[in-house]
Design a protein around this ligand. Structure first.
Ligand code: ZN
Length: 290
């Protein structure tokens, strides 16, 4: 896979700030590899509990190619090689002084291989499981319009090695912020995906305020904002973000949908989920300033 190789060589050019590891799980029938890049300006302090910890995952759905491309753009900026136009390199460096970021550029590598082989509509993993339905919160519940070709949740919660790796990574890193980056629409979502409400209390209010701010700053107020379940218009059961919030207790847990073309025909998966011109592509790199 070209993108992962590009990312690995980028990381190796910046050993002062970036490291990379590959985590494996699975059985002899089905295995998964997940590459994780860690950013920290100061390795001696990277385990320092006072640092802000951010976990970002890209490419959970195979056909959403732009998601992993954004991961590359973000890593190019973190490596201080290439910045979005309005970004000041020095202030980025200062802002991130006390931040540790873990980035999963391609959560669903096996599914991505299927897309790269020409099945442009595939969103599930290498054996037909939707990795954003395989988590334990409200797992397996099916809506009336349930379509296994899109959202088969697996035989059990965490049946899939990709999901097992992501859970382990989240529990051990214990992030303050989680963002699951998708495409298909323009949206900034918070819990819950499996019901139409948002959680009660101050943390929930803070998430909402942050999303409203991002909507103004980067989305010209065009983004759908709110609980995934209410804002998208359908409920999703067994999602990563609901688990991160409810079980891992990540105080700020989000799903960002960074691109959508609702005028594209349903058969044109590339166009529906991925921009075809460079300018729209570039604009999306802006989420970075989060
Ligand atoms: Zn998706």
């Amino acid at each position: 896979e070209g993108l992962i190789e590009k990312i690995k060589s980028l990381v190796h050019r910046h050993p002062d700030k970036l490291t990379v590891e590959t985590i494996q799980a699975g059985t002899k029938d089905y295995k998964a590899d997940i590459t994780v890049v860690t950013y920290s300006q100061n390795w001696e302090q990277s385990g320092d509990k006072s640092k802000l910890r951010i976990l970002l995952s890209f490419g959970q759905h195979a056909r959403e190619l732009i998601s992993s491309e954004l991961a590359l753009r973000i890593l190019l900026a973190l490596g201080e090689e290439q910045f979005p136009p309005e970004m000041d390199p020095a202030s980025l460096h200062d802002t991130l002084e006390n931040v540790v970021i873990k980035i999963v550029p391609m959560e669903n590598l096996n599914g991505r291989k299927i897309v790269d082989a020409g099945e442009l509509c595939e969103r599930r993993n290498g054996r037909g499981v939707d990795l954003n339905r395989n988590w334990a919160v409200d797992w397996g519940k099916k809506e009336k319009d349930y379509d296994p070709a899109e959202e088969y949740p697996g035989t059990a919660p965490f049946s899939e090695p990709e999901t097992q790796i992501m859970r382990e990574l989240a529990v051990s890193f214990n992030p303050h912020i989680w963002v699951n980056v998708h495409s298909g629409t323009d949206g900034l979502f918070m819990p819950y995906d499996h019901k139409k409400s948002t959680p009660d209390g101050l943390p929930s209010q803070r998430m909402r305020e942050l999303l409203d701010e991002l909507n103004v700053l980067y989305c010209s107020k065009r983004c759908l904002v709110g609980s995934g379940g209410a804002a998208v218009g359908y409920l999703a059961h067994g999602t990563a973000t609901d688990y991160m919030y409810d079980v891992v207790r990540v105080p700020m847990a989000f799903t960002f949908e960074i691109y959508g073309d609702d005028k594209a025909s349903g058969a044109d998966c590339f166009k529906m989920f991925n921009p075809i011109d460079q300018t729209t592509f570039k604009v999306k790199a802006d989420c970075l300033t989060l």
